[in-house]
Ligand binder design. Sequence first.
Ligand SMILES: CC(C)(COP(=O)(O)OP(=O)(O)OC[C@H]1O[C@@H](n2cnc3c(N)ncnc32)[C@H](O)[C@@H]1OP(=O)(O)O)[C@@H](O)C(=O)NCCC(=O)NCCS
Length: 169
Amino acid sequence: MPRRRAAHRSGLAPRVTLAVRAAGGADDAAFIKSLGRECAMSSVASFRPASESKVRTAFDRLYDIVDDQSHVKLIAQRDGERVGFLLMLDGLADEVTLEPQAFVAYMAVKPGARGEGVGAALLAAAEDEARRRLLPYMALMVTEENEAARRLYERAGYRTERRLLCKPL
Ligand SMILES: CC(C)(COP(=O)(O)OP(=O)(O)OC[C@H]1O[C@@H](n2cnc3c(N)ncnc32)[C@H](O)[C@@H]1OP(=O)(O)O)[C@@H](O)C(=O)NCCC(=O)NCCS
């Protein structure tokens, strides 16, 4: 993964075009639902084992919850092929301060397209959308053990604001 990145930086890799756009029709929805279900286990902590089918169902529910509220759905395409998506809520105030904010409900990149900046491009596009809506913050939740996601967010400037604690009983 880092090698491919280095190749991109040095210009040795073949040129690829990466575009981020608003999601539209049924094919985009099907792509989001399928990739989201495929990736959902990445958010499961090792000390809270969970059944894959329930975790996938939880993603279906999350998708419906997002759909029922004011939101933005973004699709990343590389050379015309869908490689990732981001779901952002734009009408949900922060529950502690009641300040307006944008919230990344979920994002995912296809396994074969990871480590090449697709996630960073999706996040940057979502932040642009949030700024356009004059939302002063972008917030999100991430599982502590999800190192790839944490690294992406930390590199993009996100800081830990609160912690969600859990203890097996
Ligand atoms: C998190 C995710 C969206 C990142 O997408 P991506 O396209 O790989 O992101 P980017 O390439 O822009 O950046 C990822 C960063 O994490 C690093 N990274 C990638 N995989 C990693 C891993 N397994 N462990 C640690 N770091 C990793 C990359 O090297 C890169 O860091 P760098 O810029 O310092 O090189 C992707 O891994 C994914 O879809 N995961 C499954 C779904 C998920 O966890 N979503 C987040 C829910 S909060």
